[in-house]
Design a protein around this ligand. Structure first.
Ligand code: UDX
Length: 433
């Protein structure tokens, strides 16, 4: 099929490449010329395992191209995917401006029947709203269908998820659009749930709000573990072995971040307010997360009355391992709190993008873990990068003035720290006094 994807962000790029790989002819439309040039030259604009090879493969087969020309790309397409950003507004509502802008532009290019697909995460009712805009813009009803097709891929595992995901959700109205979407997705061999547009839109928010709640729940239990001397890994293992619960998303730490959970929990709360359905559980999950992500600062402040001019090393800046993304990363909240209190920050992350250096020019960035540790007084592990497990504790003992590690991702062993007389704090796996 001829497919146009609007937006070459995370979802847009991965979706475009997946359809291209499955033998479709894909044009990905993007306003950022730098991104277009880079992608057309085979250079990925984000870090994602396997992305480089897939991009080059699709370009060589001429199955994909990147352009800023929306008009021509939409006209030659059977299906148009909208994968633009839907960030949060200050009040938690979803900012739909980029979606509306795209729809208005698409309206001018509907030369024959097309399916317009909402891939961006949009509030319940958006499919209807998008349809209304197209009609208001004079597009005849028989020339289009609007379908909701939320995306569930995880950063760092995006290619795996897009080809081997658990489910594909399609919210549709006309049988014609259902048949075409079925043809498009059948080769992926992933179970497809066909449903109404409202149900599809709500599934995305429900998934992300539920997973966020699961994380906040286990984090609260982890905090209690530290106080009563219980072990969170064993609690989570036993809990997860119950088939009704599953072991996934029970990893304690300094909270969730990223482009979805923080935004979609707030989005669901805001949708709930509109319909007089206050989501008390989701609100609590958000509030637990807000506290959880700055726990390392609370621990520091309980140890030292004043952290002014203390040098603190942050290991890991991205919101999780396997990505270069810092959006809503707990490390950013820790940085803010430390800077507010006059601390000095050393930082090391194996993958973080240069964007952070522009936001926080006063941090000392290092290219190696040991480099960032030298001369510091305390280490906070913020991201679960595997290499942090191999931290040389003897080197820490010799080079970190206070020999203090706050392990926000439970990467290290309390016993190993104890043996070396290193002060150590984990999230639910104990701490040294
Ligand atoms: C998430 C959803 O998983 C995905 O389905 C959706 O499409 C987008 O949002 P992503 O944000 O890429 O994906 O990352 P994910 O692996 O889900 O982790 C999100 C956050 O939760 C990370 O900050 C991670 O560190 C944290 N997390 C995850 C935990 O703290 N504990 C866990 O057990 C799992």
């Amino acid at each position: 099929m001829n497919i146009c994807v609007i937006g070459a962000g995370y979802v847009g790029l991965i979706t475009s490449l997946a359809f291209a790989k499955m033998g479709n002819n894909v044009t990905c439309v993007e306003k950022n010329i730098k991104k277009i040039d880079s992608l057309n030259n085979g250079i990925p604009t984000i870090y994602e395992e396997g992305l480089n090879d897939l991009l080059i493969d699709c370009l060589e087969k001429k199955a994909i191209s990147f352009t800023s020309e929306l008009d021509a790309s939409v006209k030659k397409s059977d299906i148009v995917f909208i994968a633009v950003g839907t960030p949060s507004l200050d009040n938690g509502e979803v900012d739909m401006n980029q979606v509306y802008e795209s729809i208005n532009e698409i309206s001018k290019c509907i030369n024959r029947y097309k399916i317009i697909v909402n891939k961006s995460t949009v509030p319940v009712g958006s499919q209807k709203y998008v349809k209304d805009i197209l009609i208001k813009n004079g597009v005849p009803c028989d020339k289009f269908d609007v379908v909701s097709n939320p995306e569930f891929l995880r950063e760092g595992k995006a290619l795996y998820d897009v080809f081997y995901g658990d489910k594909i959700v399609i919210g549709y109205e006309s049988q014609k659009s259902r048949n075409i979407m079925n043809l498009l997705y059948k080769p992926f061999n992933i179970p497809i749930i066909f449903t109404s547009p409202e149900t599809a839109e709500l599934i995305k928010y429900t998934s992300n709000a539920f997973l966020s709640t699961k994380i906040s729940f286990i984090n609260e239990i982890a905090n209690l573990c530290n106080k009563v001397g219980a072990d969170i890994d064993t609690v989570a293992l036993a809990l997860g072995l119950d088939k009704r619960i599953s072991p996934e998303f029970l990893k304690p730490g300094i909270g969730y971040g990223g482009s979805c959970f923080p935004k979609d929990t707030m989005g669901l709360i805001s949708i709930g307010e509109k319909y007089d359905c206050p989501f008390e559980i989701v609100k609590s999950a958000v509030s637990v997360n807000n506290k959880q992500r700055v726990i390392p600062v609370d621990i520091l402040l309980s140890e030292y009355a004043d952290i002014r001019d203390k040098t603190i090393t942050l290991l890991g800046l991205t919101f999780k391992s396997g990505t270069d993304d810092i959006r809503e990363s707990p490390s950013l909240y820790i940085i803010e709190e430390l800077l507010k209190r006059g601390a000095k920050i050393n930082a090391y992350d194996p993958m973080v993008s240069d964007e952070i250096k522009e936001i926080y020019p006063d941090i000392n960035y290092f290219n190696s873990m040991n480099g960032s540790i030298l001369e510091s007084e305390c280490i906070i592990i913020c991201t679960d990068w595997e290499e942090f497990r191999d931290i040389d504790l003897d080197f820490v003992k010799d080079n970190v003035k206070e020999a203090f590690i706050i392990d926000g991702r439970n990467m290290l062993s309390l016993d190993e720290a104890k043996k070396r007389n290193i002060k150590y704090y984990s999230i639910g796996k104990g701490y040294t006094n």
